[in-house]
Write a protein that binds this ligand. Sequence first.
Ligand code: GDP
Ligand code: MG
Length: 446
Amino acid sequence: ALSERLSRLVKTMRGQARITEDNVQDMLREVRMALLEADVALPVVRDFIARVKEKALGQEVVGSLSPGQALVGVVHKELAATMGAGGVAELNLATQPPAVILMAGLQGAGKTTTTAKLARHLIGRKKKVLTVSGDVYRPAAIEQLKTVTQQAGAEWFPSQASDQPVDIALAAVDYAKKHYFDVLLVDTAGRLAIDEAMMAEIRALHAALNPIETLFVVDAMQGQDAINVAKAFKEALPLTGIVLTKLDGDSRGGAALSVRQVTGAPIKFAGVSEKIDGLELFDAERHAGRVLGMGDILALVEQVQQGVDLQAAQKLADKVKSGSGFDLEDFLSQISQMKNMGGLSGLIDKLPAQMTGGKTPQLGAADMDRAERDVRRMEGIIRSMTPLERRKPELLKASRKRRIAAGAGVQVQEVNRLLNQFEQMQGMMKKMKGGGMMKMMKRMGG
Ligand code: GDP
Ligand code: MG
């Protein structure tokens, strides 16, 4: 797996002070393999590696970073920059209504589903939305669009299998004008593979409709072949955006990089479930982490690099691994580190889902501030304990708690709250034993 590759990479580079022509070759070979494993197409990988090499060469390796870590950082940044060039890209509706959006892509890519999702998204932006199907080859596909359009709460324009796609679409434009629709979404027929008839048809639709958005819908699970499909559509149509579907699957989504590179069009949306609300604005930063196969651990590592005492983390990791108890002394050391890393909430936000039991706590700025204050108070409370109490929290009965509370200038409830939090953390540490954050930090730590 990629994360293994990368951590091996991080390890082999230990003890070298900068990225040089000498050490960069090995590192880049690993990165190259990693990208291929994520299904990025070979020519795209080549280009990408060349760019990374140029950016990385001669880079000073700061602080406690190894050159391997520094390179992973460069790779991550370049990936995010490539996939997200131009920032978050919303739909362009700046035209005389109806704004026509043409959906293009292979059969099964998710065009019909995405049409309904976009209808829902646009209704959320207070738009009046009409959909129409140009898929005259499969009557079931027309029915499918009708069903999902109704689920989205938009209006569906009827079409029949005996009609010509261009005629249907123009009739829908007419209807949309007469009834003051803001947006007309035009779903189209796909084929299982690129073929000339399909391309001719969608070109004809494009010419007749002159859409403000022409979206290329592509399945993230498509893998290496995505590049050829993207090329064919790019040659046939002036694409204005990409929708990457089925990101809820287990692919690493390397297709995003290939498709972005080949079409030059921004990735605007990501499909994340079969459901009508399973559409998100594409987040390049996050997706770069996914392509690298390490979730948000990269961001965590970045924070760790900024502030944490790696030796303390390592000591703690050893302790957890050796199975000796996690006590309040460890908790204190962890709290101090969290302070450096931007607080508990910042840390939890960055943990990959598998470490937080699949749930990512949703925390806002106010929560952050509160967490920061809490961390400081917790620190104060533990510092008011004797070393023995820190090692044996079970000693903390009412009278000791009162003394500690007085010493820290807080209420006894605060002490109880801290002990609860400690117990939670203790539980979490047990769960992470052998495979968690500390191990990861250790590996990345150099
Ligand atoms: P089309 O042939 O391009 O119109 O593709 P469809 O919209 O009919 O989608 C093909 C299949 O993929 C359907 O079973 C959809 O439910 C499914 N699908 C589309 N988008 C997503 C997605 O983002 N996540 C998941 N899990 N399934 C999706
Ligand atoms: Mg369809």
